[in-house]
Design a protein around this ligand. Structure first.
Ligand code: ZN
Length: 262
């Protein structure tokens, strides 16, 4: 490794950067300051930074700035434990990421971002719901301990739950999935902690389902026959065209905006 490896140019701000740089795709790198500006530590399931292009980084920085504005104007009308907050006036929601349910660096989502969601207990699907579908699973049959077929039967036999989370599929090509963690350590299923968090998780599922039902009415009332899933599929097609260099970033952004009716 020669002396010249010590220094490089940040592909975003074009300032000189030392060995504390972060590698991204196409042999580019970014400086710690741009890395921070892109907000890469807010618990999102974004793709690995090493696979991100310069455009991806620019997009992340822009998204974080927008998010900061949305966070400061967020005014919760409903709060579920220390996990999720809803702003029913602005039709927005967020996952509490900070210590003891602080808003901290939470990412703000729109109600219309939700495509579907499912409760996973030790990785097994317990309850599912979403746009254009009904809530199906334990919640319908009386919540904790209800037996609906084999999966729930097997689940009931275990005395310990190691993980309880809701997986949300979002209408966002950059962050299509997000998890809300209700339990992530071994917890006795007959104890207070499990029962409380299981209840909160189901409260959250119900809220999501109400939101999805409302969104569906809105979509139908707009006279639009495209449902969320097809908009996401369309965007993916255009993203491929962008990746292949057929569309420019601006053309892609315009198309995406149009499809999401922003
Ligand atoms: Zn930089």
């Amino acid at each position: 490794m020669g002396f010249f490896d010590m220094k490089a140019i940040c592909a975003v701000c074009e300032k000189e950067v030392g060995l504390n740089r972060h590698k991204i795709a196409d042999k580019n790198c970014i400086c710690p300051s741009c890395f921070k500006d892109a907000g890469f530590n807010i618990g999102m399931a974004h793709k690995p930074i090493k696979q991100m292009t310069v455009e991806d980084i620019h997009f992340a920085i822009e998204a974080k700035n927008t998010n900061n504005d949305e966070l400061s104007s967020f005014n919760p009308s409903k709060k579920i434990g220390t996990f999720v907050e809803f702003d029913d006036t602005q039709k927005k929601w967020l996952i509490l990421t900070g210590f003891l349910g602080k808003r901290d660096k939470s990412k703000v989502f729109n109600y219309s971002d939700i495509v579907d969601f499912e409760l996973l207990e030790d990785g097994e699907s317990v309850t599912q719901g979403g746009l254009g579908r009904a809530l199906v699973g334990g919640a319908l049959f009386g919540g904790a301990g209800a037996v609906v077929g084999g999966v729930t039967g097997k689940r009931k036999n275990k005395a310990i739950c190691n993980s309880l989370k809701i997986k949300v599929t979002l209408r966002d090509v950059n962050n299509p999935l997000i998890y809300i963690t209700f339990l992530n350590t071994a917890t006795k299923k007959d104890g207070f902690m499990y029962k409380t968090n299981y209840q909160l998780a189901h409260e959250c599922l119900s809220a999501f389902q109400i939101i999805c039902n409302e969104q569906e009415v809105l979509i139908n009332n707009n006279g639009s026959n495209k449902i969320a899933g097809s908009a996401a599929d369309e965007i993916k097609k255009f993203k491929n065209l962008l990746d292949e260099g057929i569309l420019t970033q601006d053309e892609f952004d315009a198309k995406k905006k149009e499809l999401l009716s922003l």
